[in-house]
Structure formats: structure tokens, C-alpha cells
Write a protein that binds this ligand. Structure first.
Ligand SMILES: [Zn+2]
Length: 213
């Protein structure tokens, strides 16, 4: 147990051991990795299974009820591995459409751009509906308003209000959004990389605006 330092006395160690035993008996488990308490995140009484998560680190604990009605630990895994497995099981059946992890990664990044801009705009009272965007950009928009237009209007207003420069949405990135999200294009690894890198830069900038200005 990491909690026990070398300096602690035998008595302290004894108290910790007794406490551990008591907790085990009452069914309240601590993380095997870092010693912090676990929190129930999912329970299915019909199947007799539950999932608990460490309140401190990423570990997930999967339990099954045994014949005596006691919870038995089946496996412990980091939630990152768990998410990776879920991710794979979702994208594998889409293989016949020609999608691989580049597509899911790019889609996730592109969606993140959109919701991040929407949420930060809302917080900063920047209205991005069609009439406002048309006014800010000084042009009429024929069809439905696109993210590209909304982003441009958002960027302009941020510059006016807070003198902040946002990353430029290049023509390449604009086309990629269209192709990946709406036309089912599976991006190449280097295209995915540029989308992800742009998104990371965008999120960092938005985080700064969200927190300070
Ligand atoms: Zn932990």
C-alpha cells in the first residue's frame, strides 16, 4: 500500500491494516493501484454484475455476484483500456463501409470543434444564429448556416470583444469537415493528424478564453 511510508510507526501500520480488513468485510473496496475508495458507476442486479471506479485514478473494477450472493472481483482494468475496447468494438463492424480509426478520430475531433465553439460562445454571450452571423460577416447565407460561417463569425467577434486571435480554419480543413462528417470519407492518417492538431490548438485557445476573459 502506497499510503504506508517507511517512517510510519508499527502502530500506524497496524491501524491501517485493521482498517483495511474492516473495509473489506463491509464490502467497501479501495483501489488496488492507489488505495483510494471506489465509487459504484454501474449495477445490474438481474445479471448480478457491477462496475466500480476509483475516485482517484483511472482503474475500473468489474464484479460478479457469486452463488452465495457476495460480490467477486472479475477483473480490474484502466478505463483507458476499457474505452479502447469499446471504441474498437464500435468501429470494427463499420469496416465494410471503409471506416477505420482515422475516421472515428477525425469525426470526434470535428464534433469537438463544433460543440466547444458553441459552448464557449454561449458562455461569452456571442450569438451565432443565422441573422447574427449574416450581420457579422456582412453577407447573405443562402442555405443552412454552416460551421465554417459560424466559426468565422465567432472568430471576428472574439477579436472585437477580447482582441483574441483564433486559429485559422484553412480551406483544406473546411473541405475535410464536409467530406468526413457528411460524405463518409475515411481520412488518411496524415489528414487525421492535421485535424486532430488543429482541434487541440483550438481547444487550448478556447480554454484560455473560457477561463480568463
Ligand atoms: Zn486508484
Amino acid at each position: 500500500m502506497k499510503l504506508i511510508e517507511d517512517k510510519t510507526t508499527f502502530n500506524q501500520k497496524f491501524v491501517v491494516e485493521v482498517l483495511k480488513l474492516t473495509l473489506e468485510q463491509t464490502g467497501k473496496e479501495n483501489c488496488q493501484d492507489c488505495g483510494h475508495p471506489l465509487k459504484l458507476i454501474e449495477i445490474d442486479n438481474l445479471k448480478g454484475m457491477k462496475v466500480e471506479k476509483c475516485t482517484n485514478c483511472d482503474m475500473l473494477y468489474f464484479y460478479k455476484r457469486n452463488r452465495l450472493g457476495k460480490w467477486q472481483l472479475q477483473k480490474a482494468t484502466t478505463s483507458q483500456i476499457f474505452s479502447k475496447n469499446m471504441f474498437a468494438s464500435l468501429i470494427e463492424p463499420a469496416d465494410f463501409l471503409g471506416f477505420d480509426t482515422n475516421w472515428s478520430l477525425a469525426t470526434c475531433a470535428l464534433q469537438l470543434q463544433e460543440v466547444a465553439v458553441t459552448l464557449v460562445a454561449k458562455k461569452k454571450n456571442i450569438i451565432l444564429d443565422k441573422p447574427h452571423v449574416e450581420k457579422v460577416l456582412g453577407k447573405k447565407i443562402k442555405d443552412d448556416i454552416s460551421f465554417n460561417d459560424r466559426y468565422e463569425a465567432f472568430t471576428k467577434q472574439l477579436k472585437d470583444l477580447f482582441n483574441v486571435d483564433m486559429p485559422i480554419l484553412t480551406t483544406h480543413l473546411r473541405k475535410m469537415r464536409m467530406k468526413v462528417l457528411h460524405e463518409g470519407y475515411n481520412p488518411k492518417p496524415e489528414e487525421t493528424e492535421s485535424i486532430v492538431n488543429f482541434t487541440i490548438g483550438l481547444l487550448q485557445r478556447l480554454k484560455g478564453i473560457n477561463e480568463t476573459t
